[in-house]
Design a binder for this molecule. Structure first.
Ligand code: 6CS
Length: 343
C-alpha cells in the first residue's frame, strides 16, 4: 500500500473511532436536576453553582438548578428528590429534623463555637458529620454529600430583648422540627413552626413577633423591613446539607460517584470563602437601607442566662433520639473538643 493510501486509511479509522467515542460520551451525558432552598446569589445558590461548575467542567453531564420557590417549599423539594424526580436537594436540618430526628442536634443551643474558622474546621473533619450522619441519611434513602454552615443565627423581633424575660410570650417562628420549638420554649418564647415562604407575611401581619436566621437571609428576604430589631445571642449556626437521591447515586458508575464527591468538596471550599465576612457586609447594607434597624449584641452575662437553659434542650434531644442520638452527641462533642484544642 502506498503512503497516500495508508494516510487515508488511518484518517478514516481515526474519524470512525472518534465518532464511536463521541457517541458513547453523548449517550452517557446526563442532565441532573438539583433544587435548593434559597434565592439567587445566596449561600446555597453559591454552593449549587460551584457544584455545577465542577461537574460540567469535568464531565459531559449538565446540572439544572432550581431555586427557592421554583418547585415549592423545602419539604416539596425533598419529596421530589425521594421520588427520584430530582437527583439532588439542598435541605437544611431545620426541616430534615422532622424525618431524621438526629439532624436536630444543630438546634441544641450553645453547642457550637462562635468562631467561623473553628466551625468550618469542625465540618471538614468531624467524624459525627462525615461518618455518622451519612449513615443516618442513608437509612432514609438519601446520600449525604456535605453538611456546611451558612452563618450565625440572629434573632429579629418587634422589641429588642437582653434576657429570657424579654422573650416571654413572644411568638417566634421556627423551622419545622420539634427540637427548635423546644429551644424557643426553653428561652421563654412561644414557638410557631412555619415554612420559609410564610415568614415575611406572618411578621407583617403580626401573626408572629419574630424569627431567627443568618443575616444574609434577613437581607435576602427583606425580613428587616417587618422585623427590624436584630439581637445577637450567639446560640448557634444555620447549617445545611447537600444530598443526592441514594438509588440514583448508587446506580452511577464509580467515576461519576467520585466526580460528585469532588464537586461537593469543591463547592464546600468555595462556600467557606463566600461566607467569610458575609454577615458583617450584609449587616452594613441593611443598616444603610433601613433607619428602623437596631442591633443588640448580648454580653457574656446576658448570654449566660440563655445558656443556662441549654441543658433542658439537650435532655429533650436525647429523649427524642434515644441511644442513637446520645452516641451522636458524644461523638459531636468529642469532635468539637478536637477542633477547640487545635485552635
Ligand atoms: O428560615 C428559613 O426557612 C430559610 N433560611 C435560610 C437561611 N435558608 C433557607 C431556609 O429555608
Amino acid at each position: 500500500m502506498n503512503t497516500i493510501k495508508k494516510i487515508i486509511r488511518r484518517s478514516v479509522i481515526s474519524v470512525f473511532i472518534l465518532g464511536i467515542v463521541t457517541a458513547t460520551n453523548l449517550a452517557n451525558a446526563a442532565t441532573w436536576r438539583y433544587a435548593h432552598e434559597e434565592n439567587k446569589g445566596d449561600v446555597q445558590d453559591v454552593y449549587a453553582q460551584r457544584f455545577k461548575e465542577y461537574i460540567e467542567k469535568n464531565s459531559d453531564h449538565t446540572l439544572q438548578i432550581y431555586r427557592f420557590g421554583e418547585l415549592g417549599e423545602s419539604d416539596d423539594i425533598m419529596e421530589q428528590t425521594k421520588a427520584g424526580i430530582l437527583n439532588f436537594v439542598n435541605q437544611s436540618p431545620g426541616f430534615t429534623g422532622a424525618q431524621i430526628p438526629e439532624a436536630q442536634i444543630f438546634f441544641i443551643p450553645y453547642l457550637m463555637p462562635t468562631d467561623l474558622n473553628m466551625v468550618l474546621e469542625f465540618f471538614r473533619n468531624s467524624t459525627a458529620i462525615n461518618e455518622d450522619f451519612p449513615k443516618l441519611y442513608a437509612d432514609n434513602g438519601l446520600k449525604l454529600l456535605n453538611m456546611y454552615p451558612e452563618g450565625e443565627m440572629v434573632i429579629t423581633v418587634d422589641e429588642a430583648f437582653t434576657s429570657p424575660e424579654g422573650l416571654e410570650n413572644k411568638k417566634m417562628r421556627v423551622m419545622t422540627n420539634p427540637l427548635l420549638s423546644a429551644t424557643y420554649s426553653a428561652f421563654g418564647a412561644i414557638p410557631v413552626p412555619l415554612p420559609t415562604g410564610e415568614v415575611y407575611g406572618a411578621l407583617q401581619t403580626s401573626m408572629i413577633n419574630g424569627q431567627e436566621n443568618p443575616i444574609f437571609w434577613i437581607e435576602s428576604e427583606k425580613l428587616y423591613e417587618v422585623s427590624p430589631n436584630l439581637v445577637y445571642t450567639s446560640h448557634g449556626w444555620f447549617t445545611t446539607a447537600a444530598i443526592a437521591n441514594k438509588s440514583f447515586y448508587d446506580g452511577l458508575p464509580g467515576g461519576d460517584k467520585t466526580l460528585i464527591q469532588e464537586a461537593a468538596d469543591y463547592a464546600f471550599e468555595k462556600v467557606a470563602v463566600h461566607i467569610t465576612g458575609l454577615a458583617g457586609q450584609a449587616l452594613e447594607r441593611i443598616k444603610k437601607i433601613s433607619d428602623k434597624v437596631t442591633v443588640t449584641r448580648l454580653n457574656d452575662t446576658q448570654i449566660g442566662a440563655f445558656k443556662a437553659r441549654a441543658p433542658n434542650v439537650e435532655e429533650e434531644f436525647i429523649k427524642m433520639t434515644g441511644d442513637s442520638g446520645k452516641e451522636l452527641l458524644r461523638q459531636f462533642k468529642k469532635d468539637l473538643k478536637n477542633v477547640q484544642n487545635q485552635h
